[in-house]
Design a protein around this ligand. Structure first.
Ligand code: FAD
Ligand code: DHB
Length: 389
């Protein structure tokens, strides 16, 4: 099989890239290891920056998002019970949208499969067999049979545990990794959110986040120890702890059936460079951020938009400068995303063994944010993604 661009992985990065290329008239093949139902049901991110929404509109996959997505203009920070609202839309002119990643993925798959573009699920044994200066060869098992795909370019969109990054030439890639000394337990629940805006709650018992997927479905997170099994707490214990951290134990937090639980390790990872000749890395294949600032999906979509534009220039006019600068441009954004994610993670969490001095410093960081419009505007610009554009 021959294609200009072979895309490994049908997460947000791979699917957005495939759609944008298709709309530019550039053919590609997408190879996804899991089956369609699995990919469409995987509960993960939920906060879309305005720039991400605009990219999804350009990909012609945002009709349902525009109908059903919840537009947010601010969020609440609760520190030891004291509320502070960050009106990011007023400060920056930009909104964010709450809309589940699995819904984004469903919409992109529907758009892709409605057209002639190839998207294969259940593809095993994907390897980049040849990476040359003139093109590449990818091998896999497709419908139970060995297959070979020759292409001009490979887009590695296969997440942190994928095979693409390992296809970089020996010694060419440098990985930076950091693990945080706490994790999150995420739950999706059939319960209306406590408030129409997100609540990031910080206190002595640890961090908690009230988010949502709709007016009837909540997404909640609890800071937990890194070695806590995902089912260590009963549903009742999860609700009780969330209520303690979010409302001070008033019982005001609406509860309901827990539909899904996930354990989320908090870590940072960045691979430099993000480009090895004709192999490009996008999204989680190149960088992981802790979820605190909700940047992972947004960075993945930004990578896809950048590479799609560079490939359009290459196929349109033969100019290769945008392709050659892909890594430098994507890395600059990825580092900014890393820095803000690290900053926000530090802001929201006290590490186990934290002292009264650490809590005093944390309190001072909040006092600075809540007391200074300049500090709040800086935070808001980074939160909505304007600072990386
Ligand atoms: P993925 O979504 O991981 O997609 C990679 C795809 O490649 C998968 O479909 C996988 O099955 C496939 N694949 C893997 N290996 C192979 C192989 N060998 N061959 C073929 N296919 C392969 N980000 C935000 O921006 N906002 C948030 O609010 C947010 N919240 C989060 C909450 C949680 C609980 C978690 C876990 C993450 C969150 N993130 C958030 C991060 C976000 O989900 C990821 O950054 C995003 O999924 C990255 O997209 P991707 O396309 O790069 O990778
Ligand atoms: C969500 C996750 C986050 O980490 C965040 O900062 C905001 C929202 C979410 O999954 O809804």
């Amino acid at each position: 099989m021959r294609t200009p661009v072979c895309i490994i992985g049908a997460g947000p990065a791979g699917l957005v890239l495939a759609r944008l290329l298709e709309l530019e008239g550039i053919d590609s093949v997408v190879l996804e290891r899991r089956d369609r139902a699995h990919v469409e049901r995987r509960v993960r991110a939920g906060l879309l920056e305005q720039g991400t929404v605009e990219t999804l509109r350009r990909a012609e996959a945002a009709a349902r998002l525009d109908r059903e997505g919840l537009v947010h203009e601010g969020f609440e920070l609760r520190v030891d019970g004291d509320p502070y609202r960050l009106p990011f839309a007023k400060l920056t002119g930009a909104n964010v949208w709450m809309y589940g990643q699995q819904e984004v993925v469903k919409d992109l798959i529907a758009a892709r499969t409605a057209g002639p573009g190839r998207l294969h699920f259940g593809v095993d044994d994907v390897t980049v067999a040849r990476l040359g200066s003139d093109g590449a060869t990818v091998r896999c098992t497709l419908d139970g049979r060995p297959a070979e795909i020759t292409c001009d370019f490979v887009a590695g969109c296969d997440g942190f545990h994928g095979v693409s990054r390992a296809a970089a030439p020996e010694g060419a890639a440098t990985g930076h990794a950091y693990s945080y000394p706490y994790a999150w337990l995420g739950v999706l629940a059939e319960a209306p959110p406590l408030s129409s805006e997100l609540i990031y709650a910080v206190g002595e018992r640890g961090f908690a986040l009230q988010s949502m997927r709709s007016t009837t479905i909540s997404r909640l997170y609890l800071q937990v120890p890194t070695d806590e099994p995902v089912d260590a707490r009963s549903d009742e214990e999860v609700w009780q702890e969330l209520d303690l951290r979010l409302t001070g134990g008033t019982g005001a937090l609406p509860t309901g059936r827990i539909l899904e639980r996930s354990f989320v390790p908090l870590r940072s990872f960045l691979c430099e460079p993000m480009q090895f000749g004709r192999l490009f890395l996008l999204g989680d294949a190149a960088h992981i951020v802790p979820p605190s600032a909700a940047k992972g999906l947004n960075l993945a979509v930004a990578d896809a938009e950048l590479l799609a534009g560079a490939l359009a220039v290459w196929y349109g006019s033969g100019r290769r400068e945008p392709l050659d600068s892909y890594s430098a441009t994507a890395l600059r954004r990825a580092w900014l995303g890393q820095e803000f994610s690290r900053w926000m993670t530090d802001l929201l969490h006290t590490a186990p063994g934290g002292t009264a001095f650490d809590r005093g410093l944390a309190r001072a960081r909040f006092d600075h944010l809540t007391g200074s419009t300049a500090a709040a505007t800086d935070f808001a610009e980074q939160y909505v993604g304007l600072a990386r554009r």
